[in-house]
Design a protein around this ligand. Structure first.
Ligand code: SF4
Length: 195
């Protein structure tokens, strides 16, 4: 390259100014990256699991408004969790559209019960719901547990209730759910992931 003394100082000076700006945090690439993080700057980051299938991909959900007074928080963005070893930041089209399900007006967000003989669903608290489940499970198990088979061998089978396990469970919580259900004698298990 043909470079005289004046040209050399001009190029060196420009390089020095450029690198100083970078050192001060004014690099163009950093500025572009900052545009993206700015969009999510006021959000709260929550990690969760995609509820759709048994792959159980990790999600990062960004919520806006939960730090402001009198404002209802809203999920504004969802993406794959890059730290989750299952999906490493990726999501299939179904999982990538999970925000539509979360914000759907027809989504059931509270426990409800339809009493025998009623055609109406009634909203109840989570505590009531869990108590009712426990009471019904115990009553049914007490009435229907099969302790021994025809040969007299202990089997402890509980065939009159089924157990549906969440597809939003991790491997570990899925394992524990099956252990608890089998420990109670339940034979019929399935997961919402197959529905
Ligand atoms: S993102 Fe797709 S593959 Fe992953 S859990 Fe959800 S539905 Fe399954």
């Amino acid at each position: 390259m043909d470079m005289n003394r004046r040209h050399f100082f001009r190029v060196s000076g420009a390089g020095l100014v450029g690198s100083s700006l970078v050192a001060l945090g004014f690099s163009p690439s950093a500025a572009l990256a900052e545009t993206r993080s700015f969009k999510l700057a006021r959000t709260t980051e929550t990690r969760s699991i995609c509820p759709y299938c048994s792959v159980s991909c990790g999600l990062v959900m960004y919520t806006l408004g939960d730090k402001a007074k009198n404002v209802k928080s809203t999920i504004v963005h969802i993406e794959g969790d890059p730290d989750n070893p299952v999906n490493r930041g990726t999501l299939c089209p179904k999982g990538a559209g999970v925000m539509d399900m979360i914000q759907s007006s027809s989504r059931v967000q509270h426990p409800q019960v339809r009493e025998p003989g009623s055609d109406q669903w009634k909203r109840i608290s989570w505590e009531d719901a869990l108590n009712r489940v426990a009471v019904h499970m115990k009553a049914d198990r007490d009435a229907n547990l099969i302790k021994t088979n025809a040969a007299g061998t202990t089997v402890n089978r509980w065939n009159s209730t089924g157990f549906l396990i969440s597809s939003a469970s991790s491997n570990e919580s899925g394992y524990l759910s099956v252990k608890i259900a089998r420990g109670l004698g339940l034979v019929t298990l399935d997961t919402q992931a197959r529905i």
